[in-house]
Ligand binder design. Structure first.
Ligand code: SF4
Length: 397
């Protein structure tokens, strides 16, 4: 069943919602799925398998397929689930290589303000988190970080912040136009703005814009994003497309109340809007938010959503997200071998690296941009992949 679905996805890059749910479940048949729902023992085996898969995925990442294959051939039911997981990742890796090649595109991430006027329940930057020490970088500090990124051979910087009205359109225009002088592609990730603001940034030279839809379940969105409007978020994506940005979106995996069906809808939504980039991250509960006692997402489920996204959108940019590495020490390498082709090392300096705490346990907060660059280069080379020397626009992949 899984093999048939994967074959179809590899050939046509189309899947039904039910097929996506089957891949997310790793189930082999409707009958098995039904049994699994009611059978405590089977559920327990599954939970063990998830942990086991996690361990073996580390082996997969470091030694690649040869180390992994003997396990997948085991006839036991315990391992058949694992086989299903791994077939998906192997399939996504194959499609990644065929359509976007072996190059990994690095984007230098500048987190320039942790102020946010919004109050999303899952986010450590939410305005009601009074425990967080807030910071804003000046225009010239942001430009200096971008210059340093260019000197470290990055070809793209991502300017990211909470929704902070301090940075008016004029301020952003100045920052963008100055950064463009360093021959860098500029990606913005600064939230919901008006059409006119998006237009002003674009005219100043911004190339890409990232705005995650977070979830396509409108009821869930309403609960988790008080005061925000899902339809407006969709309009933002449409406005960005009209303005000829490269458009990135994505979702959080493991939100309380989120279902596999809802995740399947997210993936189909990415396909429908023909996104240029998709970022998928596990939800990691933050102690200073209302969701502090919830379970959060798993590395495996986020990886599966990412891998299926690669199958359906073969030629887009997909980052190995930092949050994945928070949950698994080899998270980014595993993601790069399961469909991803982008990494976004942090090029912010000093305390700001720690204070941009959307979720807890962020990696590399005590490092420097130089160290991060060297570290990620070595990791990428260790899996026989190369680092791109160009801007990594989707049209050029
Ligand atoms: S998710 Fe974004 S908009 Fe929501 S509180 Fe966090 S930074 Fe602000």
């Amino acid at each position: 069943m899984i093999e048939e679905i994967l074959k179809k996805a590899e050939e046509s890059h189309e899947l039904t919602k039910e097929e996506i749910v089957s891949l997310l479940e790793g189930a082999k048949s409707k009958k098995q799925r039904k049994r699994r729902q009611g059978d405590k023992k089977t559920r327990c085996v599954e939970e063990q398998s998830e942990n086991y898969a996690s361990t073996l995925l580390c082996i997969y990442a470091s030694d690649n397929l040869s180390a992994f294959q003997p396990f997948t051939l085991s006839p036991s039911s315990h391992l058949s689930l694992l086989t299903a997981h791994c077939s998906l990742f192997i399939s996504a890796d194959k499609i990644r290589q065929k359509h976007v090649g072996d190059e990994v595109h690095l984007r230098g991430l500048i987190e320039f303000s942790n102020y946010c006027k919004q109050n999303c329940l899952y986010c450590g930057l939410r305005r009601d988190n009074k425990q967080l020490k807030r910071y804003r970088l000046s225009e010239n500090e942001i430009i200096a970080l971008a210059k340093n990124a260019s000197e470290l051979n990055y070809k793209t910087v991502v300017l990211q912040s909470g929704e902070d009205p301090y940075y008016t359109a004029d301020k952003m225009k100045y920052i963008i136009s100055e950064i463009k002088k360093f021959d860098l592609a500029v990606t913005l990730s600064i939230g919901e703005k008006t059409f006119e603001e998006y237009q002003a940034y674009r005219k100043a030279g911004a190339d890409r814009y990232l705005i995650r839809i977070e979830t396509t379940d409108k009821n869930l969105y309403k609960k988790l994003d008080p005061g925000m409007d899902w339809e407006n978020r969709l309009k933002c994506l449409e406005d960005l497309r009209k303005l000829d940005y490269e458009v990135g979106t994505g979702c959080l995996v493991g939100l309380p109340g989120q279902t596999l069906e809802s995740l399947a809808d997210d993936i189909l939504f990415f396909k429908k809007i023909n996104a240029d980039m998709i970022g998928v991250g596990p939800f990691i509960p933050h102690k200073n938010t209302p969701l502090k006692d919830t379970q959060g997402g798993t590395f495996e489920m986020a990886l599966k959503v990412m891998a299926i996204t690669r199958l359906l959108l073969p030629d887009i940019n997909i980052p190995a997200t930092t949050a994945m590495e928070t949950l698994n020490p080899n998270g980014r390498l595993i993601a790069l071998q399961s469909g991803a082709n982008v990494v976004m090392p942090n090029v912010t300096q000093g305390d700001a690296r720690k204070l941009y705490e959307i979720y807890p346990g962020k990696i590399c907060v005590n490092d420097t941009p130089d160290k991060c660059r060297g570290c990620i280069e070595a990791k990428i080379k260790s899996i026989n992949r190369t680092i791109s020397k160009d801007y990594g626009f989707k049209a050029d992949l």
